[in-house]
Structures are given as C-alpha cells and as structure tokens.
Design a protein around this ligand. Structure first.
Ligand SMILES: [Mg+2]
Length: 413
C-alpha cells in the first residue's frame, strides 16, 4: 500500500463571537482538510488547524509523503524532524486509510479502546450577541445562526447570571456533566461568582473547571484560591503564565493545576516534572504529533502521577472522530475532554455529524476514523475560506473592530 496523492483544502467554519482574555473569536475558524489517497483505492482523512500558509507547508511536505506506506507512520518522524504538527497532519489520515483498508477502526489500530464512550465537557464562553454583518463578508453565505437557532446565540452572555442560563442549555441539550468556564473577559471576582452560581444551580455532582488562559497574575490567582477551593474545582487550568508561576500557585493548593499552555510537548516534561508545575496535561493530537503521541503522552503522565485530558480548538468532525479515538485508547485520559464542537452548530465536512448524549460520544466502530467526507459540505466551507483568507484566529484584531481602544495584554487581571 502506497500513498499516491495528497489533497489539501482550506475551509472556514462559522464561529460565534466567543470571548476570551485576548478578545473575541473571529466570525470563522480556519482548518485544513487532508485527503490522502492510496494505490489501494482508499482515502484517509485528516483535519488540522491552519489556513493558506499551513496548506502550503502541507503541500510541500506532501511531496515527501508520496510513496510512503501508510502502515509505516513512524517514518513521518524521520521525514519531518521536530515538526509534531506534520506528524499529526499525515499520521491521522494514514491510520484512517489503514483502518479502511483492513476494516478495523482507528481505536483497534491503536491497541483497542478501554472505554466505548468518551466524555466531553461543556465549554462555556461569555459571548457577545451575534452582530449584524458578522457573517456577511463571504458573499452569498446565508446567516447560519438564523437558520439553526439556539438559545442564547442571538443574546449576549456577559454576566454571571446569563452564563448560568447558557450552562443550563448545554446541560439540557447535550447532557454535559463536566462544566468548563472560559475565563478572562470579566473581572476575576465576577468569574468566580459565575462558578459559584453554577455550583449552586447544578450541585456537587458536576465537576467544574476555570481557564483564564494565563490572563491572571499570581497575586490574583492566589487571592481567589480560597473561594475556588470552597466552590470545588476539578482542576485549575492555566490561571497564570509559565511553569514557575503555575508551580507557585500549585504549591499553595491541593487543587490540581492543569495546562495546555506551559507544557505543550514532550520536550517540556522534564522541566514540568522537576518544577511540579502541573498535575494535569491537556494534550492535543494536532500539536503533540498525532494519536500515537497521545498514547505516549498519556503513558508519561501516568509514570509521573499526572492526569491527562484533551485540549480543543474550534474543529470539525474529522478532528472530533480523532479525539474520540484518542479518548478511547489513552487509559489515563480519565478527565472529560474539551470540545468546541457544539459551537459549530452542525456545520461540518463529514456525513456522520456527532450528537452528544449524556455529555459523551460513542467510539466509532466503522473502519478507520468512522467518518466520510461530504464533498458538498467541503466545497461550501472552502468557498467561505476563499472569500475570507485567514491563517489563524485573530482575537485581538477582531475585538478592535468594535473597541478600537482594546489593548493587548498578556496578563489582563
Ligand atoms: Mg486552556
């Protein structure tokens, strides 16, 4: 079996105005969809974050991948030293192709699942109301929010009380139990009050998380600790920037410190372990080097007594499927994984869109990843991308379109 051709397509998926410490999401999130064709007649699918520049990088790398046997993914590390993104970009479609050729799921190829459903967390964002013109820059693109509708999508969620309503809707619709608050937009005391209201509303059986994306000072993170401990957190995610600051906060609490910002690759394990900077690693197969890398990460975490969870960016169904297979086959991945998928509101490039039940998704058992490409949907999202070239989400620039005086601040609070 040999790879004969690699097709890459930049797509843009509509995204609501979700707030974070840096600013606000753009109207579209860009992804690159990979189709890796083989001489067996099967095609493996992949999805990566990135736009036209990353597509060009992938297209250049594809020249080296043509002729590779999809069973031999270890070669990717030899072909692209020090580029975990390229390993991931090609490894996932190779696994998908091998699975389709052999009639086995990607989970089976990774050693088999240790769970048949993978739990996910509600990803709770403060957000602006969707403004007029938000999605109209792509000519001829209908407004998706008007088509599909969702409680709260047309409304602002900028107060603790409004966030409780949003949370209730996520719980009602998808059955999520683990509730993660994206912090940073409001003053930290208001965000802690938000968590308190959520705790009061849903009781003790809903694990809570807060993630200010390192937008808080050590002083702020420590000042709020007693309240957060009283409310009860499953983990305290990146309140502060860098391993030293995370370790400093971590020394003062029994709450596990979690990160997808200061320990984001294998090379950082020695420092992270030496400093006891984090107790939970939110790994991401797109950035860590693929699905085998997720398993290796999980094993290293286990050796050092750390937990593993999954980080998420705005994504479509191919990445969703890959995340489920990772979640099924990494034994130590006991925390609910993050996902932005509900925010994409059904926009996808696959035929088998995902519906959460009891806050979890079943592990696909069909060959490969268990998803197939819908060419019409791919074409539509590719048209949107072509009308709106972008490389990566610009939260700061998007915020400044409404608030020109908005300042860039690594540490806002
Ligand atoms: Mg995070």
């Amino acid at each position: 079996m040999k790879i004969t051709k690699v097709q890459t397509t930049v797509v843009a998926v509509p995204d609501p105005p979700l707030r974070n410490v840096n600013g606000v999401h753009e109207p579209y999130a860009v992804r690159v969809i990979l189709q890796v064709h083989t001489d067996d007649g099967v095609t493996g699918l992949g999805e990566m974050p990135g736009g036209t520049r990353f597509k060009a990088e992938l297209d250049a790398a594809a020249a080296k991948v043509i002729g590779l046997n999809p069973y031999h993914t270890e070669w990717l590390r030899e072909l692209f030293p020090d580029s975990p993104r390229l390993w991931s970009a090609f490894e996932v479609p190779c696994l998908d192709a091998v699975g389709k050729a052999t009639g086995r799921s990607v989970s089976d190829l990774l050693g088999g699942g240790v769970r048949d459903r993978v739990p996910f967390s509600a990803y709770l964002f403060y957000k602006f109301a969707t403004p007029d013109g938000w999605l109209e820059t792509a000519a001829g693109t209908p407004k998706p929010w008007g088509e599909v509708g969702m409680y709260g999508w047309a409304a602002e969620v900028l107060t603790p009380e409004a966030m409780v309503d949003e949370t209730a809707e996520f719980v009602r619709r998808y059955g999520f139990r683990t509730l993660k608050l994206k912090a940073g937009p409001l003053p930290p005391d208001e965000e802690v009050r938000t968590l308190r209201l959520i705790r009061e509303r849903f009781g003790p059986d809903y694990p809570l998380r807060i993630d200010p994306n390192a937008g808080w000072s050590v002083e702020t993170a420590l000042r709020l600790l007693p309240q957060l401990e009283e409310i009860g957190l499953e983990y305290y995610e990146d309140p502060v920037r860098g391993m030293d600051a995370m370790a400093e906060v971590g020394r003062r609490t029994e709450l596990p410190m979690a990160t997808n910002m200061c320990l984001v690759g294998f090379k950082q394990f020695p420092e992270g372990v030496a400093k006891d900077a984090v107790q939970v690693v939110l790994a991401d197969h797109h950035g860590w080097g693929g699905l085998w890398a997720m398993k290796q990460c999980g094993q290293i975490c286990r050796i050092f007594g750390m937990g593993t969870s999954q980080h998420s960016n705005s994504h479509l169904g191919i990445s969703m499927a890959a995340m489920i297979h990772a979640g099924a086959t990494v034994p130590g991945l006991i925390y609910a994984s993050d996902t932005h998928y509900p925010w994409q509101q059904g926009w996808d490039v696959v035929n088998e869109t995902f519906t959460f039940t009891d806050g979890s998704l079943p592990v696909p058992t069909a060959p490969g990843l268990g998803v197939t490409l819908n060419q019409e949907r791919l074409g539509r999202l590719a048209e949107i991308a072509a009308a709106r070239p972008s490389e990566r989400r610009d939260d700061l620039g998007t915020m400044r379109r409404w608030f020109p005086e908005w300042e860039a601040k690594a540490q806002r609070w």
